[in-house]
Design a protein around this ligand. Structure first.
Ligand SMILES: [Zn+2]
Ligand SMILES: [Zn+2]
Ligand SMILES: [Zn+2]
Length: 176
């Protein structure tokens, strides 16, 4: 199962060529040399009954080099730039397992798309400006009154990681 870091074949589909991920360099790493906790991904997947296939290893390599928020489609694209045989179903199924073991966590962008947080820190929601398209994180302290109020008046336990408020940021609001 030696994975050799050859440049990705374009496979007739130039839209998925390496040019689409400029600034993103790839070099295959052996599982044991991945930074913690990604070195454990191999064992975590096996314990869940998933084989450590080249496709899954490519996804873990990509995730280990990813910061912040990333959509499933972006992950599929990055994997396919490395290994054109990557199938979206394998990526999404592996993402489900990696979320179950706590290595990633999903929320939803303003358009409802799943966004993955790599090595999630504290639970947080998001503010999305519908004018400039920027997104900011809001933490449990900022949303305390809102979340506690919903629990008190409605008995509703809000999942902050699924809260995305859409509106205008201060800069855009000042221009409007
Ligand atoms: Zn969800
Ligand atoms: Zn804005
Ligand atoms: Zn976030």
């Amino acid at each position: 199962m030696q994975h050799v870091a050859t440049p990705p074949a374009l496979d007739g589909d130039t839209s998925r060529g390496p040019g689409r991920i400029s600034g993103y360099s790839y070099q295959a790493m052996a599982p044991r040399t991945l930074p913690a906790p990604w070195a454990e991904a191999h064992d975590l997947l096996r314990r869940r009954g998933l084989r450590w296939t080249p496709q899954r290893r490519t996804l873990v390599d990509v995730l280990a080099r990813t910061d912040g928020h990333v959509t499933g489609a972006e992950l599929v694209e990055r994997c396919r730039a490395i290994d054109p045989t990557t199938t979206p179903s394998t990526v999404y199924r592996t993402l489900d397992v990696l979320e179950a073991v706590g290595l990633i966590r999903h929320g939803h962008g303003a358009d409802g798309r799943e966004e993955f947080h790599v090595l999630p820190g504290g639970e947080h929601g998001h503010l999305h400006c519908s004018s400039c398209g920027q997104t900011w994180e809001i933490d449990a302290v900022e949303t305390k009154t809102f979340v506690a109020g919903l629990r008190r008046t409605r008995g509703f336990h809000a999942d902050l990681s699924h809260v995305t408020l859409v509106g205008l940021c201060a800069t855009c609001a000042a221009r409007a």
